[in-house]
Ligand binder design. Sequence first.
Ligand SMILES: [Zn+2]
Length: 230
Amino acid sequence: MPTICLSCDFEGHHAGDEGGRFAEAGTERLLEILANSDLRITFNVVADLCSTHPLRIERVRDAGHEIGCHGWRHESPRDLTGDQTIEMLQRAIAAFERLKIVPSGFRSPRSSWTTALVQYLPHYSFEWNAERDVSWQPYRICDLMARISVKTDDWDLFDGTSNASTLLDKWRSVVKETRSRGGCVAVGLHEWIVGRDPAFADGLSTLIAELKADSSIRVCGIGEALRELA
Ligand SMILES: [Zn+2]
C-alpha cells in the first residue's frame, strides 16, 4: 500500500537558539498530536540529548515511537574523517544506551552523507538510512541496510520561503504522487519548528487526521513501513 512515513528530526538546542527555545513546547505539542491520532512515527534524535535532556527523550521512547539517530551532536558527516565518523557513531550509540535505546536507523544531519558513513552504519546495527533521494521506493544500499527517500520537509517555514498552509499543500501533493506511484517515502519535520509555528502544528494535526481516515494510503514510522515491505 502507498505509504507516508513521518520522520521528525529531533534536535533541541543543537539546531541553534530557536531550537533551544522551542524544542520543549514543540515536543509537548507533537506528542499530543500523535497521541490524539494514535499514531507512532520515527524520531531521529541527536544522541547528545539523551545526556542533556533525558526526560524529553524518555517521553518519546515511552510513547512507543521509533527512535533513529541524527548524529551525536548534529555534526555533518562530510566534515568528518573515517575515524571521526566511527567515533561519532560510537559516542551516539553510548548516549542512547544510557536510556536503553537501540536506534533503528540513521538520518544524516544537514542531509550530508558520505560513503564512509554508509560503509560503517551496518556495523552498528542500523537497519535504514533516510535521506533526500529521487527514488519513490525504499531500496537496499548494502546487504544489511535500506534507504528511504525523504521527499519534503518543514524547512521552508524556517527560512521564510513558505507559510504553514502553503507548505502543507506541498506535502499533500507529495501524498498524491506517492499514492499514484504506489510509493513509500518519508516526510520530515522538526520538533522545534512544530513549537515555533502553532499554525503548522494545527495544520499537521489536520493532515494526520486526513491520512488516517484515507484507506488508500498508510501513515506510519520508517521501521514499520520497511518491515512490512521486507
Ligand atoms: Zn538536523
